[in-house]
Design a protein around this ligand. Structure first.
Ligand SMILES: NC(=O)c1ccc[n+]([C@@H]2O[C@H](COP(=O)([O-])OP(=O)(O)OC[C@H]3O[C@@H](n4cnc5c(N)ncnc54)[C@H](OP(=O)(O)O)[C@@H]3O)[C@@H](O)[C@H]2O)c1
Length: 263
């Protein structure tokens, strides 16, 4: 299955007044790919946005994530997610690593989940190398996507190489480093190129990740920014700007909760 490359990120989109409208506006302007998660507590709002436009799925690509406490009974919990969204999924992720036994519980039931039509595919998110290599070895070809923090300020080259070598779609979350990439400290390095070539800072940062092979998940709170981010699809970056972005320090990890497992 081909995973679309530019998605709407929805973490922190929980305002009951603005979220359905933003989702509907995103669909109007051409977003066809939405990323959510049980833990974002916004399935019902996304459902309203989708239904305001079409009333059904049509060509939408929809992904959500099982939280760690849902791994023991993936079928029931996936059904719950689909009920909340009012539709089935194209992709369900294991949101964060738990124990190998928990991961095996989900992946050993993968065929049941897919045959139930609740999801078309399974992905992982935030997994450390030792565990994703083990899973890929035990369940070859089952994992279709790996979602992890990736942006111009973080070196994720090992993860990226592993994904592309194993035909797994790398998906970059927090592509703007939670917005930190818009600080003058960083934009000052790309201002001249942007003025000469027209793209905005946001489009350059997303274009960089698309160029590397990532699918990207920008989140934005206004229709103008949603539109600006969507246009990144068509941005071509030349060697000059790629070298500038490659030279950004790659040591900033912003999504690092105490229970995270990195290697
Ligand atoms: N799997 C995981 O564990 C995980 C973890 C984190 C995130 N994610 C996914 O990744 C998505 C994005 O990550 P994120 O929300 O952490 O951060 P992000 O997309 O890196 O950054 C969002 C920030 O950038 C700002 N922004 C967006 N477009 C902009 C533009 N064109 N110009 C200037 N500023 C702009 C937003 O401001 P406004 O909102 O004010 O417009 C917001 O402050 C999430 O929504 C979620 O779907 C997944």
């Amino acid at each position: 299955m081909t995973i679309p490359r530019l998605w709407l990120g929805t973490r922190k989109m929980t305002d009951p007044l603005s979220t359905p409208d933003l989702v509907a506006a995103a669909l109007d302007m051409g977003y066809r790919h939405i990323d959510t998660a049980h833990i974002y507590s916004n399935h019902h709002l996304i459902k309203q946005g989708i239904q305001a436009r079409w009333g059904n799925r049509q060509d939408l690509f929809l992904a959500s994530k099982l939280w760690m406490n849902m791994y023991q009974d993936p079928l029931t919990n996936l059904q719950k997610i689909c009920d909340e969204l009012g539709t089935t999924l194209d992709l369900v992720y294991l949101h964060r690593p738990s124990t190998p036994a928990d991961h095996d519980t989900v992946l050993s039931q993968a065929q049941t989940l897919i045959s139930s039509w609740l999801t078309k595919s399974i992905g992982i998110s935030n997994f450390p190398p030792r565990e994703y290599i083990r899973l890929h070895t035990h369940y070859p070809w089952l994992i279709t996507a790996h979602q992890y923090e990736a942006h111009a300020l973080l070196d994720q080259s090992d993860n990226l190489i592993w994904c592309t070598t194993n035909a797994i779609q790398p998906v970059a979350y927090s592509p703007f480093a939670h917005g930190h990439l818009f600080a003058k400290q960083w934009t000052t390095h790309i201002d001249a190129w942007c003025k000469k070539n027209w793209p905005t800072h946001a489009q350059v940062y997303l274009g960089y990740l698309l160029h590397l092979g990532y699918a990207v998940l920008p989140k934005a709170s206004s229709v103008e920014r949603l539109r600006e981010n969507l246009v990144s699809h068509d941005i071509l970056l030349d060697d000059e700007i790629l070298v500038i972005l490659d030279r950004f320090p790659k040591t900033y990890r912003y999504c690092n909760p105490p229970f995270a497992q990195w290697e």
